[in-house]
Every structure is written in structure tokens, then in C-alpha cells.
Write a protein that binds this ligand. Structure first.
Ligand SMILES: [Mg+2]
Length: 113
């Protein structure tokens, strides 16, 4: 298969079936930003693994904390746009993990196990 054939097949699978409903452009921007910040954390970890043999120094730690703060900001704003808040997100997460722990399903796959 050549790359033009691939492109033709790929574009034929593009759907325009999306319904945006309650999802505003602002919410889309926040979710994209959240993904970007997660990527920044992953990139910093990759460089620590690749360039520093996994050794995290104080500067690395501070840089990672800054990126985690960026993630926290996006999570906080996303929760607010959903009519929620960080307290509800944290409480819900704690309850989910406690339930999995009590049912011995912390390991495994699937969001609702
Ligand atoms: Mg950042």
C-alpha cells in the first residue's frame, strides 16, 4: 500500500457524527489543555529516564510539581464547568478506590470494576 492509498482509506473513516450538546468550545479547550499538561509531565519523566538514568534531582522535582499544578488547574476548571468542584472530584475518587480495595479489584482494567 502506498501512502496516498492509506490517506484515502484513512479519510474515509472520518466521521462527522459528533453532537456537541452541553460541550462548549471553552470545555473543549480545557480538556485539550489538560491532555497537553499530562503530556508535559510525561515528557519530563521521559527525559529523566533517558538523560539522567531515572535520577530525580531537586530542580526536576520542582519542575514536575509545577506541571502537576498545571494539571490541577485544568482539573479544577473542568470540574467547575461541569458544575462540580475539586472536593467532589477527590471524594468521588476516594470512594471509587476504597470500593475497589474492599473488593480486591485495585489491579485490573476497566473504568467501572
Ligand atoms: Mg505546563
Amino acid at each position: 500500500m502506498n501512502i496516498k492509498d492509506y490517506s484515502k482509506k484513512a479519510i474515509s473513516t472520518l466521521t462527522d457524527d459528533y453532537q456537541y450538546g452541553d460541550i462548549t468550545p471553552q470545555m473543549m479547550g480545557i480538556i485539550l489543555g489538560l491532555s497537553g499538561e499530562c503530556g508535559e509531565v510525561q515528557e519530563k519523566f521521559k527525559k529523566i529516564l533517558r538523560d539522567k538514568k531515572g535520577k530525580i534531582n531537586n530542580k526536576d522535582k520542582q519542575e514536575l510539581i509545577k506541571e502537576l499544578g498545571d494539571i490541577l488547574w485544568y482539573v479544577s476548571v473542568a470540574a467547575d464547568l461541569l458544575g462540580s468542584n475539586l472536593e467532589e472530584v477527590a471524594k468521588t475518587n476516594n470512594e471509587k478506590l476504597a470500593s475497589r480495595q474492599s473488593r480486591h479489584t485495585l489491579h485490573g482494567s476497566g473504568d467501572n470494576r
